[in-house]
Design a protein around this ligand. Structure first.
Ligand code: PEP
Ligand code: MG
Length: 572
């Protein structure tokens, strides 16, 4: 038995045979070809077929794994179909009579070196896209198929890394869990695992060396390790743990159908986050209190140009109707940072997360903002829509955003277009600036939603994309906890509800504290709703009375975590 440690990506445990996916970047040899034109024709046929497959995968991703994977498939399809990009390798084949695989590898390496040297994390990520597309083309030119696995039955997939394309291609019915040598806990593959409810361990250096295909692996996504060839004791432990896990999951399913009320009558809302209308196909309004965050970026990313008012109106209206009278918080465009729009042609920035993004863009680009606001005000006639502005750091921004809503309403009315007379206007609290000004902001916002994904990053000055500083990106960081407490208190003093739509809203370590602090709304990926509701339904609100003072009184994060751990198990 060998133990390999990694990072806990997605929770759960599984024991299956290993399927090893080795997909290191191919390094083809330079080979002469007799007829360059025949080679070019072979390459172009393969490239066209691959681009077509990617377009199909995008549709598949939209239906199964979600918007994020679909966006990446689109980016891959764009690269595969980019004639300009492949002009140089084709010229190389033609002029030097060499094989296309080698020629593509030269261009891949040149472009990736260029991207990798850039500071911008977005550009670095583009290098991965180019590499993945070129690698697949080279493999196909060499007669190798895509990620090949034709076995049967559930398995633990072992790989160096899983690209978004891999996750779309993988046979989900066989995916019992996965473990990768590389990757971070917020990678797309981990999000997929969470969505599918399977365990995942990432950053497990040495796993490819330690395991052979067909060996048993016990994967523990709760604690972030794998046992290769587990001994009898480990198997017995797994059997016990999975029986217990199934019992707990059945309880969560039951809990999801009931309201989020503590035994002593404290009620909160448990809502879902959503990023696209397709993911709302499986949306069960009866199992949650509404949509706490609808990210509108997808609508913009999924297009080659700005989506029209009509297209946006239809999308927002569909969400509002699907929620069947429950609240839907629609966030205005939050582009910039790691989310870019090709057609917007934004300037390259040294610090994109501190740059031209979110509300800053909307306030600057009146026509883009007005189109979205008009669509939202029209859609608000079809359900309980609230509008939320991202990345607010000053009162001036909030006032300017609210004034823009008034202009949009006035223009609709002037044209005789039906629209909502009143729509609650709230803001995301994602920056220390907004936290420190939250008493003032609360007087003019109708609600707050704490965006911890960004708030942790900005409070701890930790780039959430940078693996080397991940240890500082901690939802239990005391400054972050103080910030959350301040926001809830200031919101309540002004009489407005305070929600949370960052990942921390379903972090089991924080649930007791957030509940005790009086958070009104917890919003999360749909798969977490049952667990969070179950915790709330089984935790007496009064029993948490002293928790905020106790935790916030600590000086070290470790101490705060130790106290939180005492409460974590309650309700399970
Ligand atoms: C957040 O920052 O917590 C948030 C929900 O917004 P996003 O993850 O879309 O940046
Ligand atoms: Mg954010």
């Amino acid at each position: 038995m060998k133990e390999i440690r990694g990072l806990p990506g997605a929770k759960g445990r599984a024991l299956h045979k290993a399927v090893v996916l080795t997909k290191r970047s191919p390094q083809p040899e330079r080979r002469p070809v007799a007829d360059p034109e025949v080679e070019i024709a072979r390459f172009e046929a393969l490239r066209a077929a691959y681009a077509g497959e990617l377009r199909e995968l995008r549709e598949k991703a939209l239906a199964s794994t979600g918007q994020e994977a679909a966006d990446i498939m689109k980016a891959y399809a764009d690269i595969a179909g980019d004639n300009l990009f492949f002009k140089k390798p084709i010229k190389l084949v033609r002029e030097e009579a060499v094989d296309a695989g080698w020629a593509v590898a030269q261009e891949r390496d040149r472009v990736c070196r260029k991207f990798a040297a850039m500071e911008d994390p977005y550009m670095k990520a583009r290098a991965d896209d180019v590499r993945n597309v070129c690698d697949e083309l080279i493999r196909r030119l060499d007669g190798e198929g895509a990620l090949a696995d034709d076995g049967e039955g559930a398995a633990i997939f072992v790989a160096e890394d899983l690209t978004p394309e891999d996750t779309v291609r993988l046979d989900k019915s066989r995916l019992g869990g996965f473990i990768t040598e590389r990757g971070g806990v917020t990678s797309h593959a981990v999000i997929l695992a969470k969505t599918l409810g399977i365990p995942a361990v990432v950053g497990a250096a040495g796993i490819l060396e330690a395991v052979r295909a067909g060996q048993d692996i016990y994967l523990n996504g709760d604690d972030g390790f794998a046992l290769v060839d587990p001994d009898a004791d480990a198997v017995a432990e797994f059997t016990r743990a999975s029986a217990a896990q199934e019992t707990v999951r059945a309880r969560w399913r039951e809990a999801a159908a009931k309201p989020a009320v503590t035994p002593d009558g404290h009620t909160v809302s448990v809502c879902i986050n959503s990023g696209d209308t397709d993911s709302l196909k499986g949306f069960r309004a009866d199992l949650c209190d509404g949509v706490g965050l609808f990210r509108t970026e997808f609508l913009f990313m999924d297009q080659d140009d700005y989506p029209s008012e009509e297209l946006q109106y239809r999308a927002y209206r569909a969400v509002a109707e699907a929620a069947a009278g429950k609240e839907v918080i629609i966030r205005t465009l939050d582009i910039g940072g790691d989310k870019q729009l090709g057609y917007m042609d934004l300037p390259k920035e040294a610090n994109p997360f501190l740059g031209y993004r979110a509300i800053r863009i909307c306030l600057d680009r009146e026509e883009v903002f007005q189109t979205q606001l008009r669509a939202l005000l029209r859609a608000a006639l079809h359900g309980y829509v609230k509008i939320m502005f991202p990345m607010i750091v000053t009162l001036e921004e909030l006032r300017a955003a609210k004034a823009a809503v008034e202009r949009a309403r006035a223009s609709l009315k002037a044209e005789g277009v039906p629209c909502a007379d009143y729509v609650p206007l709230g803001i995301m609290i994602e920056t220390p600036a907004a936290v420190l000004l939250s008493d003032v902001l609360a007087e003019e916002a109708d609600f707050f939603s704490i965006g911890t994904n960004d708030l942790i990053q900005y409070t701890t000055a930790t780039d959430r994309m940078n693996e080397r500083v991940q240890y500082l990106y901690d939802p239990c960081n005391l400054s972050v906890l103080r910030a959350i407490h301040t926001v809830i208190q200031n919101g309540h003093r002004a009489g407005i509800p305070v929600g949370m739509c960052g990942e921390a809203a379903s972090d089991e370590r924080l649930l007791p504290l957030l509940l005790a602090m009086g958070l009104d709304e917890f919003s999360m990926v749909p798969a977490q709703v049952g667990r969070v509701k179950h915790f709330i339904q089984n935790t007496a609100f009064a029993s948490l009375n002293c928790l905020p003072a106790e935790v916030l009184g600590q000086r070290e994060i470790g101490e705060a975590k130790r106290i939180l751990a005492l409460y974590e198990k309650e309700g399970l």
